[in-house]
Design a binder for this molecule. Structure first.
Ligand SMILES: Cc1cc2nc3c(=O)[nH]c(=O)nc-3n(C[C@H](O)[C@H](O)[C@H](O)COP(=O)(O)O)c2cc1C
Length: 260
């Protein structure tokens, strides 16, 4: 087993990019993806155990809390977490803290992948996608150095009751919105959408995607489609597409990524 393990959920690549940048600072790190059930749940041999995830609708992405509950960590391990969000981290850090008693945690704002709500220009301060990426890389490297030095946070993360309610409602609403996905004639049947869907919610039938209702609204399918053939209602057609510039669809489909 590697010296360090980072458990990571990522829809449009920001969190995987952050996890990789932290891992490069640490060396000898396995990044275990939590998009589906994690393939490594025994982390008792790791010296540092990290969790990197986005805020989705005020909380953890659906299914992540259950995945976290399956992970065993040594009482002596150093535990840290990073929440990536557009504006506010919601309840995720407090949930992870309740399970693992974090030594260190950080919030890292990154360009929002839910572009129909927060286009780039609504980011505070307004940033280009490249500007947000540069900031994220700088911050992730700083966090990586802090984790290497076993830094400690002074306070525990808090969960705002409003975010708790938001997260509960978001989880219920997200699946229903999947009915609004549409696929245009630009689709070439490559299956990238099915590959990047963290919930295995897309089936290719006659080389066309069919969407189920187990959807988190991460929009990885729409954002990674090489033909920009997928839309969600009318609003996404008017927005620019976004996924993390360093993370490919193949990266997201891995179950473990080792960084030396
Ligand atoms: C479905 C969805 C819901 C989101 N909800 C929030 C939110 O409640 N608060 C927030 O500040 N950012 C929110 N965001 C922004 C993401 O947390 C942020 O862009 C993050 O970097 C995405 O990471 P990823 O690319 O690894 O999935 C949301 C994004 C998506 C796709």
């Amino acid at each position: 087993m590697s010296e360090n393990i980072i458990y990571c959920f990522s829809g449009t690549g920001n969190c995987l990019d952050i996890a990789k940048n932290i891992a490069r600072e640490l060396g000898d790190t396995d990044i275990v993806m939590m998009r589906r059930a994690p393939s490594v749940t025994d982390a008792t041999g790791a010296k540092r155990v990290g969790f990197v995830f986005p805020c989705y609708g005020g909380g953890l992405p659906g299914g992540v809390e259950d995945s976290l509950k399956s992970i065993q960590v040594s009482g002596d391990a150093y535990k840290f977490a990073v929440c990536s969000c557009a504006a506010y981290p919601g309840t995720g850090l407090a949930t992870v803290d309740a399970l693992f008693h974090l030594d260190y945690w950080e919030v890292l704002s990154h360009q929002c992948s839910c572009i129909w709500l927060f286009p780039h220009t609504l980011m505070v301060p307004p940033l280009t996608a490249q500007g947000a990426q540069d900031r994220s890389e700088r911050e992730a490297k700083r966090i990586g150095r802090s984790v290497k030095a076993l830094a400690r946070s002074e306070k525990s993360p808090r969960a705002n009751p409003l975010n708790k309610a938001e997260s509960k409602a978001f989880g219920k609403l997200a699946g229903g919105k999947a009915k609004k996905f549409a696929v245009s004639s630009l689709c070439i049947g490559c299956g990238t959408c099915a590959k990047v869907c963290p919930k295995d919610n897309i089936r290719m039938v006659d080389r066309k995607p069919q969407f189920g209702t187990d959807c988190l609204q991460c929009l990885a399918c729409l954002q990674y489609c090489p033909q920009e053939a997928i839309s969600l209602g009318s609003i996404t057609q008017k927005r620019e597409h976004y996924h993390n510039v360093n993370i490919t669809a193949d990266d997201l489909a891995q179950s473990v990524i080792h960084v030396d």
